[in-house]
Ligand binder design. Structure first.
Ligand SMILES: NC(=O)c1ccc[n+]([C@@H]2O[C@H](COP(=O)([O-])OP(=O)(O)OC[C@H]3O[C@@H](n4cnc5c(N)ncnc54)[C@H](O)[C@@H]3O)[C@@H](O)[C@H]2O)c1
Length: 709
């Protein structure tokens, strides 16, 4: 038999061959051009052997079966023809494999995603281990494409439609147990000596039919007319979740409807075509780029390889309020024991209750078992003093937003922790550098800015104060990843990155309201743009009093360009604080939004109709372009280093629409020159310094784009 670069063929007795995918010089197995071409040759090799009774497909990598197709290859597809050709090449190699005239069994002992799962689906049987590393799924939809190596065809033919649809439409991944329950794998085996056990199982079960889990109800659901109802429900779900902004899930539904009952070859052809249509869209390119940005975060510690972060095994949280309770949850959720300190037991109780509610929700949704729930809650202990703080690696401060209090608390904490303990502040607006001035070991102090609600918001800004050591920054960066979050390193300064950029947007929305545009319309144009909620609704969520306070802080820091609309203060003073007390721009009952508070209009002094005639597009420009303006300045000041970090921050921290690729990608698609000229016009029309394009933006306009690719 020939030698291969990516695969090893090992004789395993009884005429069984192990086909081990083991790409050289790589931690992962990826279907790139060479691996696919070689797979074809391997299949031809095996097909020519009369003695083979079975093939066990394994991986030579730890915790990994196959990670998927080469993402750079997908990103490079720029014409439909090239994309069809690319998908067909993969499809055909895998399809020829599926036609081998003997038993083929995939032994899945780690990540089995995208193209990897599609190879497993082409096997006659599949086995999964109980390793925590097993995750099986088709994440293509998250990259704006669909499974194009046969997955869209084979998965709905293997398992019930109602189980296949969510996996293809949302990219949902399952572990070994869930894969077994869903009928994806034929057996679920212990991970110890997995390949040996898998081989034994495969030999013992050779020739027997594969496992099918379809119930009577599943079979009815796949027949006309129920099938139509399942599809129309799925379409409704997709529209609700994506508001029609993402073409991939809609295309998937069209394709699955179209290929039902077709022979596999014809179905594969249609799959390749649908894949190609999606692969060349700018939305797919943006989503792939976003994926690559978040992957690149995983490979760094935020500082440099020469810095070794401290391993965080025990943590503390000061303040058991809204954020403290959430942060304690985040530690416990990753099985890091955490001490939560507050001024009295009532407050500690509230923090515990908050963490308990989040774990309780997971329990209700069956994401946690009762013993797991108890275990997680057991990681959080409350205290009124510093008992146990000597053993902590990190303490996160989340007490009230007041510089004097924070300085006092940090200075006091330093006396009760070890010399190496990192002190992290969750402040949303105060200077880390100033906090360091109150500390004996300022090098151990840095910012660690979570977003609210902690359990749902993926971003953490790691703020380097003037004296923060690289090790403190790297430790917090690694810790954020360990907590399942996406960190970006941000220079200390008012509003850090995300709030600094968000403020002009919220502020302009307030000005537009004073200039005659309705709350309803302001929010609608931004939701149509793709924001998860409009700015007025966001002000209600944040708290109008809080929004007003932050606006003032930034106004003081930045002067005329951050002139705060007086509106939020007036509204907050009228007792409308937003969702937390049931009235803001909207009215709420038990947290549910009931409608707009029309009476709010009467509170606005000298309301004009100046902007009422602006088009929807101009309204978007009025709110988004000032953010771009501020981002240009922040980049020039080195608040973050790259436009990619701005995009990651805005998408993960504010829900800026991922399909637009982030604020900077959007700016490039609009062209910086047009953004600057439009802002100049807005400034001339009464917006003044608030919306005047700054030199940094003009510089970008002159250069062309924010991104330099
Ligand atoms: N709420 C948000 O949306 C949000 C988002 C990001 C960051 N933050 C920041 O997080 C921090 C906390 O905000 P929050 O909304 O959770 O406030 P909060 O008022 O809900 O909680 C503050 C807690 O700190 C406690 N506390 C005060 N002094 C203390 C001390 N000396 N020792 C121990 N505990 C003390 C209070 O009793 C209270 O329980 C602030 O710096 C805030 O700016 C808030």
């Amino acid at each position: 038999m020939a030698n291969y670069v990516n695969y090893k063929l090992i004789e395993r007795g009884d005429n069984w061959v192990e086909l081990c995918f083991d790409q050289p010089d790589s931690k992962a197995n990826i279907f790139n051009e060479s691996a696919l071409r070689e797979l074809d040759a391997v299949v031809a090799d095996l097909a020519g052997r009369k003695d083979v009774k079975g093939v066990l497909v394994t991986s030579g990598k730890k915790d990994m079966f196959v990670a998927g197709a080469d993402i750079n290859l997908i990103k490079s597809l720029d014409t439909i023809d090239k994309a069809i050709e690319g998908a067909s090449a993969g499809q055909q190699a895998i399809h020829r494999f599926s036609k081998l005239p003997f038993e083929t069994v995939a032994a899945i002992n780690g990540a089995c995603l995208g193209g990897g799962f599609e190879l497993a689906l082409a096997c006659k049987k599949r086995l999964a281990s109980d390793s925590k590393a097993v995750k099986i799924g088709l994440p293509e939809v998250m990259l704006g494409i669909l499974p194009g190596f046969g997955g869209s065809v084979r998965l709905p033919r293997l398992i019930p439609l109602t189980a296949a649809l969510p996996m293809i439409l949302t990219g949902k991944q399952v572990d070994g147990v869930r894969a077994y329950k869903a009928g994806i794998v034929d057996a679920y085996l212990p991970s110890q000596d997995f390949n040996e056990r898998a081989l034994k199982w495969a030999k013992a079960n050779a020739g027997k039919p594969g496992r099918r889990v379809h119930t009577f109800k599943d079979k009815v659901m796949e027949m006309v007319p129920m099938r139509g109802i399942v599809f129309s429900q799925a379409r409704k779900g997709v529209m609700k979740a994506t508001k029609g902004k993402y073409p991939a899930p809609l295309k998937i539904l069209d394709l699955l409807g179209e290929i039902h009952g077709l022979d596999t070859e014809e179905a594969l052809k249609r799959e390749a075509k649908s894949f190609a249509v999606l692969a060349v869209t700018p939305i797919s390119k943006r989503l792939i780029e976003l994926f690559q940005l978040s992957e690149s975060v995983k490979k760094t510690n935020g500082v440099g390889p020469e810095v070794t972060p401290i391993k965080v095994e025990r943590a503390g949280v000061l303040g058991a309020g809204v954020m403290g309770g959430g942060i304690a949850w985040a530690f416990a959720n990753k099985d890091i024991p955490v001490r939560m300190k507050d001024l009295n037991w009532d407050s500690v109780g509230l923090g515990l209750q908050q963490a308990g509610e989040t774990f309780g929700y997971a329990l209700k949704k069956k994401r946690l078992t009762k013993p797991q729930f108890m275990g997680k809650m057991g990681h959080i202990s409350g205290t009124l003093d510093y008992a146990g703080f000597k053993n902590l690696d990190v303490v996160v401060e989340a007490v009230v937003e007041n510089m004097d209090v924070k300085k006092k608390v940090l200075a006091e904490t330093e006396n009760h922790v070890s010399e190496n303990c990192i002190l992290a502040s969750n402040t949303s607006s105060l200077s880390i550098t100033e906090m360091q001035s109150a500390c004996k070991r300022p090098q151990n102090v840095a910012g660690f800015h979570f977003f609210n609600p902690v359990s749902r918001m993926p971003l953490i800004e790691v703020i380097a104060g003037a004296q923060s050591s690289p090790q403190a920054v790297a430790t917090l960066f690694e810790l954020a990843k360990k907590l399942g979050k996406t960190p970006i390193v941000v220079k200390d300064g008012p509003g850090f990155l995300v709030n600094r950029l968000l403020l002009p947007y919220m502020n302009e929305a307030m000005f537009l309201f004073s200039e005659g545009v309705s709350v309803e319309r302001i929010d609608k144009v931004m939701v149509d743009f793709g924001m998860p909620m409009g700015p007025m609704r966001l002000a209600d969520e944040v708290g109008i009093d809080t929004a007003s306070k932050v606006a003032k802080i930034l106004n003081n820091a930045f002067g005329a360009r951050a002139e705060a609309s007086p509106l939020s203060e007036i509204i907050a003073k009228s007792g409308r604080l937003g969702k937390k007390n049931g009235k803001g721009f909207y009215i709420y009952e038990n947290g549910k939004q009931l409608g707009i508070d029309d009476s709010i209009v009467q509170l606005i002094p000298n309301r004009t109709a100046k902007s009422a005639g602006l088009t929807d597009q101009e309204l978007v420009q009025r709110m988004i372009y000032p953010m771009i303006n501020e981002a240009a300045l922040a980049l020039a000041e080195g608040v973050v280093k790259t436009p990619g970090e701005v995009d990651l921050g805005m998408i993960m921290g504010t829900g800026f629409p991922p399909f637009r690729g982030g604020l900077m990608r959007f700016a490039d698609s609009e062209r910086a020159q047009k953004v600057a000229e439009t802002l100049e016009r807005f400034a001339g029309a009464g917006g003044g310094d608030r919306v005047k394009p700054n030199q940094a933006l003009w510089d970008v306009a002159k250069r062309g784009n924010f991104y330099r690719d």
